[in-house]
Design a protein around this ligand. Structure first.
Ligand code: DLL
Length: 436
């Protein structure tokens, strides 16, 4: 599709020539760094310890001299210590629970909410939705940023929002039938749950008006995308974001290419680093995504280490947008499992499972310790009707995993419905290893 045909919510901001984009980034980066330094004592102390001041920032490259921000900074300053505005100017708080320690709290001024709303409208349009579409929003509403982030963005784009939140899965199916949403927003694992429940209810989703999925908030594979596309009769796009930066709306795939997520560089600066050396990797190489906000007021973030593993693609995209593509996030470096010396992400296991005939793509990975070594058991289900071949299926799955990922594992084939279903972010790994 040519650029002339691409629907752009934000017009020229999405197709800005690279040199202009870089100049805008530098001007905004300077403001952000100055703002954080002047207003957040924790940031000033960290800059001081690293021997830098905002004056050291003369070019975009100079960002390398500045210290990283991590979740630990958020915990140390819990709840409001990183805010760069008086708390009274914060109109909204969100929080993510996290698996260890205290929640991460983020705050927004009214201008931040407006920005977030615009960026989400941009993402939803980028994924193929249009003003006037009905959007069923099955992301959880509440402290999680998914529900409200998508909600405001879809309204701003001019869509009709069905704010159903996560859960009540049969009702989701009925609402999709009755209201005729064209767009479904959910985590991919919950979308899979909806597809399965619809099939159980005898509803053929491919015959409904539904045509677009906007899925994210957890790693997923291209194999699962193909499965969801076929079962729901949609074109699913990947949506990425994290609360510490703004929530969903940091990056989204375009409906034209669906090949990497456009990261909105007029509002964020993206770097990819080697998580061991902490140096930037060569362009296009994989590593950990580091994000600096360029326009946030309440919570400016300089060099936030996302822990997400990806790579950047600077090739021009078919849609004509000039913004860099963040390629599918394979997982978080803290989710990476090391099984007998082999690095494995849950989404890689998923990609293998989805391709095997007769296997339902619901899965959970159980980690145990056998002596000094970590062992992995993959719990899956056979699709209905396949139970008689359980042992055979287990063997087939184990050999596919060995062939594709190079790792040996046990496979436990369960009866349909035995692997837990997700209503939001799926829990992919059950860690039964005793910590020593
Ligand atoms: O998950 C924000 C969001 C909501 C994104 C709805 C997309 C859709 P947090 O709860 O702070 O925020 O979790 C952020 O989730 O660092 C990634 O590890 C993971 N994540 C988010 N989107 C994707 C994605 C929201 N598309 C953390 N692919 C991030 C892979 C994702 N992982």
């Amino acid at each position: 599709m040519s650029q002339a045909e691409t629907f752009l919510y934000d017009g020229p901001a999405e197709t800005m020539p690279r040199a202009e984009l870089a100049a805008l980034q530098l001007a905004r980066l300077k403001q952000t760094v100055e703002r954080a330094y002047a207003r957040v004592p924790h940031v000033r102390a960290k800059f001081g310890a690293a021997g830098v001041t905002p004056d050291h920032l003369k070019s975009l490259d100079d960002i390398r001299r500045f210290p990283f921000a991590t979740k630990a900074d958020m915990r140390e300053t819990y709840p409001f210590g990183l805010f760069a505005v008086p708390r009274e100017q914060v109109v909204r708080l969100h929080a993510s629970s996290g698996t260890t320690g205290k929640a991460t709290v983020v705050g927004y001024t009214q201008a931040d909410i407006d920005l977030w709303t615009d960026l989400m409208a941009r993402c939803i349009a980028c994924a193929g939705a249009r003003p006037g579409d009905i959007v069923q929003n099955a992301f959880g509403y509440g402290l999680f940023t998914g529900g409200l982030g998508v909600h405001y963005g879809a309204e701003r784009l001019g869509c009709t929002v069905v704010p159903v939140s996560g859960g009540m899965t049969e009702r989701q199916v009925t609402l999709l039938q009755d209201f005729g949403a064209r767009v479904l927003c959910a985590t991919p694992s919950y979308a899979l749950n909806i597809a399965e429940v619809a099939e159980g209810m005898g509803v053929d989703m491919r015959k409904l008006p539904l045509g677009i999925g906007i899925f994210g908030a957890e790693p997923w594979s291209d194999a699962l995308r193909r499965d969801l596309d076929a079962r729901l009769g949609i074109a699913a796009a990947d949506l990425y974001g994290l609360s510490e930066i703004i929530g969903p709306g940091v990056a989204c795939e375009c409906s034209e290419a669906r090949d990497g997520l456009h990261g909105w560089e007029d509002h964020f600066l993206f770097e990819v680093i080697d998580p061991k050396t902490l140096e930037q990797v060569a362009p296009g190489e994989p590593g950990e995504l580091v994000i600096t906000t360029l326009t946030k007021e309440a919570l400016p973030m300089v060099r936030y280490r996302s822990r997400d593993i990806t790579r950047l693609n600077h090739e021009p995209c078919a849609c004509g947008r000039s913004h860099v593509r963040i390629m599918r996030v394979t997982g978080r470096d803290d989710d990476m499992m090391i099984i007998r010396g082999v690095n494995v992400y849950p989404s890689q296991v998923e990609a293998v499972l989805v391709g095997i005939e007769g296997v339902a793509p619901h899965y959970q990975i159980v980690l145990t310790r056998e002596g000094p070594l970590d062992a992995m058991t993959v719990e899956v289900e056979t699709a209905p009707g396949g139970e008689s071949h359980r042992l055979q299926t287990a063997k087939v799955i184990a050999s596919h995993i060995k062939a594709r990922l190079g790792v040996s594992c046990e496979v436990a084939v369960k009866a349909p419905g035995e692997v837990p279903r997700s209503q939001g972010k799926a829990v992919r790994v059950k860690d039964l290893r005793t910590k020593t």
